[in-house]
Design a protein around this ligand. Structure first.
Ligand SMILES: Cc1ncc(COP(=O)(O)O)c(C=O)c1O
Length: 370
């Protein structure tokens, strides 16, 4: 049994380079310190409509946006409930896409997996073959955009184009750890549902999940018998239409932080933000190739999380500990027991830039004697 460990007031302030949560600007943290106000007030409508419309502008989409209290996993679950009556094709290539399959199975859906070895990317041609060979049309296909456990960026645009040829099949994308740091033209590739958590490349404090929903997905859910109450697209979007508010009490302080951070994101602009993330990813890959190796399949490397193969056999746990103690910087080990020591991961997302990533790689070089 886990025993109580008293929360203290003297923790060191360490810079986060893990694949989320990530660094949050000071003024975004401060934005949370407003007196509480009612979630049915005009002030709430001002706040919620502002963050929803700003998100739509930032993501450059005409689809509907929901900002819901919870984490990204909420939409892993509710998008299955809302859109899958019977069968779903889940593409798996790492821990989070496997979680999506587990969630769908637990919800009693019939799940076919299109499985890839960890580190490999999902291929559009294989998705096409699976759709062609299916006995009945799938209700949905799911794909993770950025597999944070392996650092793979799946080609969701091409996969979306394939799924779009099957008009009765929804395309659901888990873009947690990607959106905000890796742009995608949501409306151009038949993406019915795409969701993220705000503590990743949006660089906000945790507590909210964002979901972009197509008109088709909204309509399909109206016909569904298993739709989620809390994560139902229809309930959230209808409530927004009528009142400009959320269906239940939201994490108002995090929404205040969201409002401030979205201003920064709009000011920087979608393209500039994407470019900054591309530069960080390129720098990290070059560094990894010089000292180690890059874990994901070539050509499918993530723009926000680098998974680095520990080809030199350094003690990953010890290096993380030493960098943390000596430099007050935290990066991540490999995911799970299999990759824990075989790889390590650097989150280059949100507020970071190439200089701040270089500060981390310098620290790793120093500690590991590279
Ligand atoms: C790709 C991916 N999907 C889903 C999740 C789960 O997100 P959350 O912890 O916000 O529920 C994560 C978390 O790291 C993730 O990286």
């Amino acid at each position: 049994m886990t025993e109580k460990r008293e929360y203290r007031g003297d923790y060191p302030d360490r810079t986060l380079y893990i694949p989320g949560p990530t660094e949050v600007r000071e003024d975004v943290i401060e934005a949370m310190c407003e007196p509480t106000f009612g979630h049915r007030s005009d002030r709430m409508t001002d706040l919620y409509t502002t963050i929803v419309e700003d998100t739509r502008e930032f993501l450059d989409t005409d689809n509907d946006v929901i900002v819901l209290t919870g984490s990204g996993t909420e939409f892993m679950e509710s998008s299955i409930l809302n859109l899958v009556e019977e069968t779903v094709l889940v593409t798996t290539c790492g821990s989070f896409s496997e979680r999506q399959a587990d969630v769908a199975e637990r919800l009693g859906k019939s799940v076919d997996r299109l499985e890839y070895e960890w580190g490999r990317a999902v291929k559009p041609a294989d998705v096409r073959e699976a759709l062609e060979e299916a006995e009945t049309e799938y209700d949905a296909v799911t794909c993770v955009m950025n597999e944070s456990s392996t650092g793979v960026r799946n080609p969701i645009e091409e996969i979306g184009d394939v799924v779009a040829e099957y008009p009765d099949t929804s395309f659901i994308v888990d873009a947690v750890s990607a959106l905000g740091g890796d742009s995608v033209d949501i409306d151009a590739h038949g993406i019915d549902v795409i969701f993220t958590s705000v503590q990743k490349a949006f660089a906000m404090p945790p507590g909210l999940a964002v979901c972009v929903v197509s008109e088709d997905a909204y309509e399909r859910e109206v016909e569904s018998e298993s739709a989620s109450w809390y994560g139902g697209f229809q309930r959230s979007l209808d409530y927004y239409d009528r009142k400009g508010q959320t269906h239940s009490t939201p994490a108002i302080p995090v929404m205040l932080a969201y409002r401030t951070q979205m201003k920064h994101m709009l000011e920087e602009g979608h393209e500039a933000r994407d470019e900054r993330h591309r530069e960080m990813a390129e720098y990290t890959r070059e560094w990894a190739n010089e000292h180690f190796d890059v874990f994901p399949e070539a050509g499918y490397e993530s723009q926000t999380v680098s998974c680095i193969e520990n080809t030199r056999g350094i003690d990953v746990a010890e290096t993380i500990e030493a960098v943390s103690e000596e430099y007050d910087m935290v990066f991540a080990n490999g995911y799970g027991s299999d990759l824990g020591e075989e790889t390590f991961r650097i989150g280059h997302m949100g507020e970071h830039d190439t200089e701040s990533i270089r500060a981390l790689t310098d620290a790793i070089e120093d500690v590991a004697g590279l």
